[in-house]
Design a protein around this ligand. Sequence first.
Ligand SMILES: Nc1ncnc2c1ncn2[C@@H]1O[C@H](COP(=O)(O)OP(=O)(O)O)[C@@H](O)[C@H]1O
Ligand SMILES: O=C(O)C1=C[C@@H](OP(=O)(O)O)[C@@H](O)[C@H](O)C1
Ligand SMILES: [Mg+2]
Length: 176
Amino acid sequence: MHTSLILIGMKSSGKTSIGQVLAQRMGVAFIDVDQRLEAHYLQATGTQHTFRQILAQHGADYFRALEQTVLRALATELQTKRAVLATGGGTVLNAENRAILATMGQVIYLDVAEAVLLPRIIAGGIPAFFPYPDDPERSLHELLATRRPIYLAMADRVIAYSNEAPEIVAEWIAKA
Ligand SMILES: Nc1ncnc2c1ncn2[C@@H]1O[C@H](COP(=O)(O)OP(=O)(O)O)[C@@H](O)[C@H]1O
Ligand SMILES: O=C(O)C1=C[C@@H](OP(=O)(O)O)[C@@H](O)[C@H](O)C1
Ligand SMILES: [Mg+2]
């Protein structure tokens, strides 16, 4: 079944915020890979941690393995359920993850300029995966240089926006 909408894009591009609004508007379930990862971690360890804490404490390899486990389970779940799925910014870096996402539905890339992303990311706190913690601008620039071609190649649709509210962007996605 190819009816779910999959949101991909850089950290703070609005996948979670827009996805929630979009799912409500469409009357379908909202699923966030990072939230599922937190739930999986809680079940496995008995400890309640945010996805940021899991990444910071256990490192990227552990985080990516957990993310893939969650995605494999979601592939089965979305065979019988229509949803808006918000991925994490790095979910599509893995080839198997990309193949799984492609089976789930229409992939939408939220393409947001660096100048818009940077203040959002700084406001949220520099993520553990940024290569230069003291230079978020350079970190973001390098990450986007690597990731943007992957996001573009994987996307069925590209939604470019800058400071429009999640409600507005959700409306564009739902109407097109
Ligand atoms: N359209 C938007 N306009 C302004 N701020 C936004 C918008 N979308 C998200 N944000 C802010 O950016 C941060 C990250 O948003 P989030 O939805 O978690 O993005 P993602 O899931 O892509 O990392 C949050 O603080 C959120 O309030
Ligand atoms: O870009 C990334 O590599 C990541 C983005 C995060 O999700 P959001 O893009 O929803 O913030 C989360 O999965 C993790 O911190 C890694
Ligand atoms: Mg998110």
